[in-house]
Design a protein. Structure first.
Lengths: 288, 336
């Protein structure tokens, strides 16, 4: 009597996770496509200003200007075109910052967790120091030091967020290192580095992939926050954070300038994290 | 003895951490391009003027010497003089601290209330649609960071249904009779409920934005440990005594389920404090975080240093307190 219900419930949960996973992948796919094709499918030049067309509402609202689907901002720039071009920056940052952070953080975590000793001591103390910084403030500070550019944003994200990977991977490598299979690999004559790369790494990899997916979502947010504070790439280039920042100032006159980039950002962050959660449920016995 | 040793050890590592923060902040900031002194002076200033003012702020000495001077000052509670306002950094920072503390604590209270309620309702209706709905909402609240919740709240409660203020800490035209900067607290003490209401109407959205992700974490973890506790024998015993489900949850299970959540809340609270920086900016709330961003934009080196150090002190202090509380509260560790 019990089994049927439990099994049913479980398959329900599985299916729901499946749907969320596919919806997230779908949104990210559409976004990638939009970003890649932005120069060809964007209806207008994202930088073209037209003061006569300032603050035009979206197409379904009375008083809209035909051809400007999602309306225009206070300088008469097309919101949809800026959104598409902004997606390029967001996804570029997500990919570049996410993977570099992952590479550096996971390497340090693996070294600390497997080698232990003074390596672990130094890396753990560094993690402690990093955790004592307010992350947003630290990133703003770094951008001020490095000067606003795409590279600076990526560097800032890597510098702030490597601890996310290092902490989890370190703990995981430590747990794996204590297991019998590692000892037998050593007995069978594998060296330390060989054991780390051939035995430990494959077992930690699912955890790393999940963290990477989550980190991409975080990177998109950090980029938006930095461009909101006006420290992102040059103010001309359209970014979602920059659009939100503009929208914040005209929130009572033109809600659409704020709402559409906000929706895009919201869905993207949600999609990355749902994708991470979904992958976690499928592949990773540890984080689950 | 063990407790004292743990305490000393933790104090020592905390000091090492803070020293590390001080070194990193000091040297990272010195690499900032753009001469802050040149920005202070009117356009017609000569090189001589710049040199004289640099000497006044000690910016002409070698970096190591500057660090030594700054560090010995910090030890004596002197964090230097802000370059933009020309006032002592410590005074400026402590003047803004109450605003940020009030915001953070308000957010914490909201998170505990919302998260706690979600956990209790979810446990009460476990296995039903109610629990499913709570899980879905929790999942969403958890995946989206405070910055985005702030913007969503601003649109809903600031524009669509304008019930709360979207910027500032208090209506500027109001006459404030306060002697401290703990406005919210002092307005209650002085029984000025009109001012209190105005402060809350300003604080509500930023605090809620900070609270939502934390509330989701509390809700999830507390529900999980409540559900585990509900299967224990002593809870079953209470049930056989004839107590209702709600009574069993509130009076029997909650007490034992709350400890893991408590430690997590401590750690997450530091993240919440870190989040105040951008949330204060978003809602133009006059706290420490907003001041920090202005300081970065104005290249006000001494002020940036002071604020970052203060944040680091708060973070490490919260972590320290949580660790010690955990040692005190957890009987297994206490008698070890």
């Amino acid at each position: 009597m019990l089994d049927a219900r439990v099994l049913d419930g479980r398959s329900m949960v599985r299916r729901r996770v499946g749907v969320r996973l596919w919806l997230s992948a779908l949104w990210l796919g559409v976004l990638c496509l939009g970003a890649l094709l932005a120069p060809w499918i964007a209806p207008h030049d994202p930088l073209a200003q037209d003061l006569f067309l300032g603050r035009m509402p979206p197409i379904w609202v009375a008083g809209a200007e035909p051809g400007y689907w999602l309306g225009t901002d206070s300088l008469g720039r097309d919101v949809l075109s800026r959104l598409l071009h902004g997606a390029r920056v967001a996804l570029l940052v997500a990919l570049a910052a996410g993977s570099i952070t992952c590479l550096i953080g996971a390497t340090l975590g693996l070294l600390a967790g497997f080698l232990r000793g003074w390596v672990d001591l130094v890396i753990s103390r560094l993690i402690d120091i990093w955790m004592a910084f307010p992350p947003i403030l630290f990133s703003i500070l770094l951008i001020a030091v490095l000067g606003p550019s795409l590279t600076s944003i990526i560097i800032a994200i890597v510098v702030i967020d490597w601890t996310r990977f290092a902490r989890v991977v370190r703990a995981e490598a430590m747990a794996q290192g204590a297991m019998d299979y590692v000892a037998s690999a050593r007995v069978a004559g594998r060296g330390r580095v060989g054991t780390m790369l051939r035995e430990i790494l494959p077992n930690v990899l699912p955890t790393i992939v999940v963290l990477l997916t989550l980190e991409m979502g975080i990177a998109v947010i950090v980029e938006a926050i930095l461009s909101f504070v006006n420290l992102s790439i040059s103010t001309d280039d359209p970014t979602w954070g920059g659009m939100i920042s503009e929208g914040r100032t005209s929130i009572h006159q033109a809600w659409w300038v704020l709402v559409f980039p906000l929706i895009a950002l919201f869905l993207t962050v949600l999609a990355f994290s749902q994708l991470g959660e979904g992958l976690k449920d499928r592949f990773d016995p540890v984080l689950r | 003895m063990p407790f004292l040793r743990i305490l000393l050890l933790r104090l020592l590592t905390t000091l090492v951490t803070l020293a590390g923060v001080a070194v990193i902040v000091f040297f990272v900031i010195r690499v900032v391009p753009g001469n802050p002194i040149a920005m202070m002076l009117p356009p017609g200033a000569t090189d001589e003027d710049i040199a004289r003012l640099s000497a006044l702020y000690g910016l002409d000495k070698p970096l190591i010497t500057q660090f030594g001077i700054w560090l010995s000052g910090v030890m004596q509670g002197d964090f230097g003089t802000s370059i933009t306002t020309r006032q002592p950094v410590l005074g400026l920072v402590l003047g803004r601290l109450p605003a940020t503390l009030e915001l953070a604590i308000m957010a914490l209270v909201m998170a505990v209330l919302i998260g706690g309620a979600a956990a209790l309702i979810g446990t009460r209706g476990r296995g039903t649609r109610t629990e499913g709905a709570i899980d879905v909402v929790n999942g969403m609240a958890l995946s989206v960071p405070d910055f985005l919740w702030g913007l969503v709240l601003m649109l809903v409660f600031g524009v669509l249904f304008p019930v709360f203020h979207i910027s500032g800490r208090v209506t500027p035209s109001l006459d404030l009779p306060f002697t401290t900067n703990f406005y919210l607290f002092e307005s209650l003490i002085r029984l000025r409920f009109d001012l209190w209401a105005d402060l809350v109407a300003h604080m509500f959205m930023p605090a809620l934005a900070l609270a939502i992700p934390l509330a989701a974490i509390i809700g999830q973890l507390l529900k999980q440990s409540l559900k585990e506790t509900m299967n224990l024998d002593y809870v079953t015993l209470a049930r056989t005594k004839g107590y209702g489900e709600t009574h069993v949850i509130m009076h029997e299970a909650l007490r034992n389920a709350v400890l893991p959540t408590l430690t997590l809340v401590g750690v997450q609270f530091t993240f919440l404090i870190g989040g105040t920086v951008i949330i204060e900016r978003l809602f133009s709330y006059e706290g420490l975080g907003n001041m920090a961003i202005d300081a970065v934009i104005n290249r006000d080196l001494p002020l940036i240093q002071g604020i970052v150090i203060l944040f680091a002190v708060i973070f490490t202090a919260v972590n320290l307190i949580v660790d010690l509380l955990y040692t005190v509260l957890n009987p297994r560790l206490r008698h070890a």
